[in-house]
Design a protein around this ligand. Structure first.
Ligand code: C2O
Ligand code: CU
Length: 471
C-alpha cells in the first residue's frame, strides 16, 4: 500500500488518539519555533494532576518533525525557577548549539531566551532535553522528541512514536522531590515508580492497535533519567530498523528483549500477524511490568503479511579506518557496590572518602570524578580534526552504563569480548557490569564534546567528561 505524504501524516495523527502524541511542530517558515520551559500541570495518572516541568506545557514537549537537511530554529524561553539549557541528543551540530552549560554556552537565566539554530544532517529519531542539572530537570518532565525524516521514508501504513519515561510520585500524585541523593548517584540512579508512555501512565490499558497485516513503524525513545527498559513484545516479532536513528540491517530483536538504555532510541517495524486478541508489551526488569498491549481491531489491511522491510536509507557517516586509528582506553570505577573509586576530583588528587563525603561523587572515568560541567579543563581525550580513533571502555563497576558521546556517531565494534558481525552506529552504547565496549569513529566535529553516562544520576555523580576535537 502506497500512501502519499499527506495521507501518511494524517494517518499518523489519527492513529495516535489515546496515546496522546505530542503535537508536531514543523520548522518551515521564517520564524523560529517557540519552546518555553516552565512549571506546568499534567494528568499523568488517575487521581489528579501532577506538577511537572515541561516544554510548552506538555510532557513530552512538542514533537519537532523535520526533513533531513532542514534547519531547526528554536527560540527557547526559560520560565523555570532556575537556569537551564537545551541539548539536542544525537544531532551532529556545531558545538555552540550543543546546549551544555559552561562548556558550549552560558546557562539560560530565568526569564531569558536562547536561540538554537542548526542544520539537521542526519535522518532518524532523536530527542531534546536540558543539560543543566539534568538528573533533576529531565525526571521532572523536561524532554521532547525530534524526528528527522529520511529523503525516502520507509514504507509503512502508519507510524507511532513512544517516548518512554518514569515519574516518582506520591499517593496524591505529587512528585517526590528527592533529587541528588548520593545513594542514587552511586547505584541504579533515581528510579520512578510510574512508567509513562508519552507522559501518561503506562499499563495494560495502553494500546498499540493493529489491523490484521498492518505494518507500523514504532519509534521508541528512552527519556527516563535512570531507567533502562527491557522490552518484550508477546506474540510478535518486531524488526529493528534503526538504533539511535541510524540504519541497521533489519533484524528481529536480539534474544527477544529490546534493551533501551537511557537516551537510546530504536525504531521497530511491527506487522499485525498475530491477531485476533490482545498481546502484552512487557518491561522485563525485576518481576516484569506490562507497559502496554497490542490490540487487534478492524479489517485486514492486506491479504498476506508483508515481507521483511528494506533497510532505512543510511545517513552519510564517515567510516573509521581501523588500521590508521589511534587507540584509547576509558576505565570506569566506583559505585556503592564495587571497589571504591580511586583518583581525582576535577583533576585534583583525592582519596575515596573525600570524593564521596565532601563532593558527593561516586564514580570515576580514567580515575577522575568530575562535577557536572564544573570544570572541563582536563578533557578525557584530545583529538585532531579528522583523526580516526578507537576507544575501548572497561567497566570495573557492578552497574551498567549507557555511555553517550555528543556531536558524533560511533561504530560499536565489540561488546564485551564479542566482535559484532555487523558493527552498528550509535550515539549511546550500553556497557555491562564488569563488561567492556569498543567503539570507533572519525573525530570530525570540532569543539569540546561531552562523553558521559546517560543514567543522569551517574553523570552528576562523576561520570561526565569531555573529548576535544581540535581544528
Ligand atoms: Cu542526552 Cu549529554 O545527553
Ligand atoms: Cu552510569
Amino acid at each position: 500500500m502506497k500512501l502519499t505524504r499527506r495521507e501518511f501524516l494524517q494517518g499518523a495523527g489519527a492513529a495516535l488518539g489515546a496515546a496522546a502524541l505530542p503535537t508536531a511542530l514543523r520548522a518551515a517558515g521564517p520564524s523560529p519555533i517557540a519552546l518555553r520551559a516552565a512549571i506546568s500541570q499534567q494528568d499523568i495518572r488517575a487521581g489528579g494532576p501532577t506538577q511537572v516541568w515541561a516544554f510548552n506545557d506538555q510532557c513530552p514537549g512538542p514533537l519537532l518533525r523535520f526533513r533531513r537537511g532542514d534547519t531547526l530554529d528554536a527560540l527557547v524561553r526559560n520560565d523555570l525557577p532556575t537556569v537551564t539549557t537545551v541539548h539536542w541528543h544525537g544531532i551532529r551540530l556545531p558545538n555552540a548549539m550543543d546546549g551544555v552549560p559552561h562548556v558550549t554556552q552560558a546557562p539560560i537565566r530565568v526569564g531569558d531566551r536562547f536561540e538554537y539554530k542548526f542544520k539537521l544532517p542526519d535522518a532518524g529519531t532523536y530527542w531534546y532535553h536540558p543539560h543543566q542539572s539534568s538528573f533533576e530537570q529531565v525526571p521532572r518532565g523536561l524532554y521532547g522528541p525530534l524526528v528527522v525524516e529520511e529523503d525516502k521514508p520507509l514504507e509503512v501504513d502508519r507510524e507511532e512514536l513512544w517516548v518512554l519515561g518514569d515519574f516518582k510520585l506520591d499517593k496524591r500524585n505529587r512528585p517526590i522531590e528527592d533529587f541528588g541523593k548520593v545513594l542514587d548517584f552511586g547505584s541504579w540512579g533515581r528510579l520512578g515508580n510510574t512508567f509513562t508512555i508519552n507522559g501518561t501512565a503506562a499499563g495494560p490499558e495502553r494500546k498499540l492497535s493493529l489491523r490484521p497485516n498492518e505494518r507500523v513503524r514504532l519509534r521508541l525513545v528512552n527519556g527516563a533519567s535512570a531507567r533502562i527498559f527491557y522490552l518484550a513484545f508477546t506474540g510478535h516479532e518486531p524488526v529493528v530498523v534503526t538504533y539511535d536513528g541510524q540504519s541497521v540491517q533489519p533484524h528481529p530483536i536480539p534474544n527477544g528483549v529490546l534493551v533501551l538504555g537511557c537516551g537510546q532510541r530504536t525504531d521497530l517495524v511491527i506487522d499485525g500477524t498475530a491477531g485476533p486478541g490482545t498481546f502484552a508489551i512487557m518491561d522485563k526488569r525485576d518481576a516484569g511490568t506490562q507497559i502496554a498491549s497490542i490490540a487487534y481491531a478492524g479489517r485486514p489491511v492486506r491479504e498476506k503479511a508483508l515481507a521483511m522491510p528494506q533497510p532505512v536509507t543510511p545517513n552519510d557517516l564517515d567510516e573509521p579506518d581501523l588500521v590508521k586509528a589511534t587507540a584509547h582506553f576509558l576505565v570506569f570505577e566506583g559505585g556503592t557496590l564495587g571497589q571504591p573509586a580511586i583518583g581525582r576530583v576535577d583533576g585534583k588528587e583525592m582519596d575515596v572518602k573525600q570524593i564521596m563525603e565532601q563532593h558527593g561523587l561516586t564514580w570515576t572515568m580514567n580515575y577522575t570524578a568530575q562535577h557536572e560541567h564544573a570544570m572541563m579543563h582536563t578533557p578525557l581525550f584530545r583529538f585532531s580534526k579528522g583523526e580516526h580513533v578507537v576507544i575501548r571502555m572497561l567497566n570495573n563497576t557492578e552497574f551498567e552504563h549507557p555511555m553517550h558521546l555528543h556531536g558524533h556517531f560511533f561504530k560499536v565494534l565489540r561488546i564485551d569480548d564479542r566482535k559484532l558481525e555487523r558493527p552498528i552506529w550509535r550515539d549511546t552504547v550500553m556497557v555491562a557490569p564488569k563488561g567492556s565496549a569498543e567503539i570507533a569513529f572519525v573525530a570530525e566535529n570540532v569543539g569540546e564534546w561531552m562523553f558521559h553516562c546517560h543514567i543522569l544520576d551517574h553523570a552528576a555523580g562523576g561520570m561526565m567528561g569531555t573529548i576535544v576535537v581540535d581544528s
